[in-house]
Write a protein that binds this ligand. Structure first.
Ligand SMILES: [Zn+2]
Length: 251
């Protein structure tokens, strides 16, 4: 059986070099987040006898939307949920949402949080339901384990604001980011803060997981507050310097 009652049931499908397609399962139905490619996702859903109900798209990059059209050929009633401001770059969306919109999937409430920076009009999905110990965040390429997305379209001040929005979520919120970057990000963080006990401890835990072939995610807002230098940045200047340093850093 795939599902535990009351808690969220979410599985990773690692694809391409380091993307993670998250699948949220409820009864015999699934919601897929940012399907980079279709075939491993389709196979996984069919192997588990699941029917695809919705696809959440955080932003327009090909490694997030590349599999969507093939998946909706197989499950034509799937809702494709994306930003209304991205009708040109995500033209196959069927359910358009805007900042702060709230809608329902399964027995949960989903809130749209606009997080410009990595791209313009990037959105994150924050999911809550009654009687669970924690909530869920799908931040796409805005927040990673120990890091944040590159500023491909937005400004440092937009990213600073976006990270502050995510940082204001409850500390036990679980974070399901779209890339397996945590180990690399924490190594970078240690290159700047070599004595930071929280970062050292987290890197050890993550490296053990990765050696066993397990994903480093989900993390939590509490963990990121302690070990993610971008969330710890006190102002836009600090965030700008960190982003520039990370962009030029080689492991
Ligand atoms: Zn991206």
């Amino acid at each position: 059986m795939l599902e535990k009652k009351s808690e969220f049931t979410i599985f990773p499908i690692p694809v391409l070099q380091d993307n993670i397609v998250w699948v949220w399962v409820h009864n015999c139905n699934a919601v897929v987040v940012d399907p980079s490619i279709s075939s491993p996702v389709k196979k996984w859903l069919l192997n588990n006898n699941l029917s695809l109900k919705a696809i959440l798209q955080t932003h327009h990059h090909e490694d997030h939307i590349g599999g969507t059209q093939e998946l909706i050929k197989r499950w034509p009633n799937t809702k494709v949920i994306a930003s209304i401001k991205e009708l040109k770059r995500i033209p196959f969306q069927t359910f358009s949402v805007d900042n702060n919109d709230i809608f329902h999937l399964f027995d949960s409430e989903v809130k749209v949080i606009e997080v410009h920076g990595h791209t313009n009009n990037h959105i994150a999905f924050y999911i809550s339901k009654e009687n669970t110990k924690y909530n869920i965040l799908f931040p796409g390429d805005t927040l990673f384990g120990g890091g944040c997305g590159r500023l491909l379209e937005g400004t440092p001040s937009q990213m600073f604001e976006s990270l502050n929005k995510l940082n204001s979520l409850p500390e036990n919120t679980k974070i399901y980011a779209a890339h397996e970057y945590t180990e690399n990000n924490l190594k970078w963080a240690l290159s700047l803060k070599s004595n930071d006990a929280s970062i050292i401890k987290r890197l050890n835990i993550i490296q053990n997981k990765r050696k066993k072939g397990l994903p480093s995610l989900p993390s939590t807002i509490a963990e990121e507050r302690k070990t993610n230098l971008f969330l710890r940045a006190k102002n836009i200047t600090e965030l700008t310097m960190l982003r520039r340093h990370k962009d030029n850093w080689k492991c």
